[in-house]
Design a protein around this ligand. Structure first.
Ligand SMILES: [Zn+2]
Length: 254
């Protein structure tokens, strides 16, 4: 089976372009299950995006963590088209040197960037409304669930593991820095009471534990962000994640 070929969930036939099959109307566009919508919503809060196109939209998740992307691609099944390399560490470093973003960027400090794209689907046209103001903004009617929050946290959150004391969760939300009350309310509705400082939602040590329990288990590739008990174990898992879940300087596929 080639990478683009997939089985239509309605008729069970194999197609090289499932979106065309649905677009032609032979089978209707499949409805997404709630858990799929939650995975997509949580990743769209974080690293995911819906680029502008003519016609139906698709959803993309660019990341260096290939292990997580493989898991996500498998979970999404017929809806996504595999994990692909988009930029090598070399290319990312070179482009940051050229744009002046980081004049001394060295490839060894970068990782290869991968992406998982979905097939096009009208549901992503609705989600594209998040961009109506010109930049990505979270919708007013957003309600967090454990699964949505898990995906958001693994994208934009991190554990603040100092030299002393217990770790705290912080989630970056620069795009929403002018709506801090809205952001805090998202968590207050779920029984948490974080604060907003320097474009980040911050939790106390106790609430960090509660939040981790509420979110549920770490998805593959991000176990370190869930390790609250031991600073050493956290560092080990993080190093392991960078060594085993990412790559350097692989030549791009042609
Ligand atoms: Zn079909």
């Amino acid at each position: 089976m080639n990478q683009d070929e997939a089985k239509c969930p309605a008729c069970g036939e194999l197609f090289s372009s499932l979106s065309m099959h649905w677009w032609h109307g032979t089978c209707p566009y499949p409805e997404f299950e709630q858990w799929r919508i939650e995975l997509i919503t949580g990743l769209l809060l974080g690293d995911g995006s819906i680029p502008t196109v003519e016609g139906n939209h698709s959803f993309r998740v660019p990341m260096i963590n290939r292990r997580f992307l493989n898991w996500y691609d498998n979970k999404m099944g017929y809806l996504t088209t595999g994990v692909r390399l988009v930029h090598t560490a070399d290319e990312l470093a070179a482009s940051n040197r050229e744009t002046g973003f980081s004049p001394n960027a060295r490839a060894e400090n970068y990782h290869d960037m991968y992406v998982v794209r979905t097939r096009t689907h009208p549901r992503f046209n609705e989600l594209r409304q998040w961009y109506d103001s010109g930049s990505k903004r979270f919708p007013e009617d957003l309600t967090l669930t454990p699964r949505i929050t898990r995906m958001w946290y693994l994208s934009d959150g991190y554990l603040d593991v100092g030299r002393w004391g217990r770790p705290r969760i912080e989630i970056k939300a620069r795009n929403e820095h002018d709506r801090s009350e809205f952001l805090l309310d998202l968590f207050r509705k779920q029984g948490f009471d974080p604060i907003f400082r320097r474009h980040e939602i911050r939790f106390t040590c106790d609430e960090t534990e509660d939040l981790v329990n509420w979110m549920g288990d770490a998805p593959p590739g991000f176990e370190y962000k869930w390790e609250l008990d031991s600073r050493e174990r956290y560092r080990e898992l993080k190093q392991q994640a960078y060594e085993e879940c990412t790559t350097h300087n692989v030549k791009p596929e042609s």
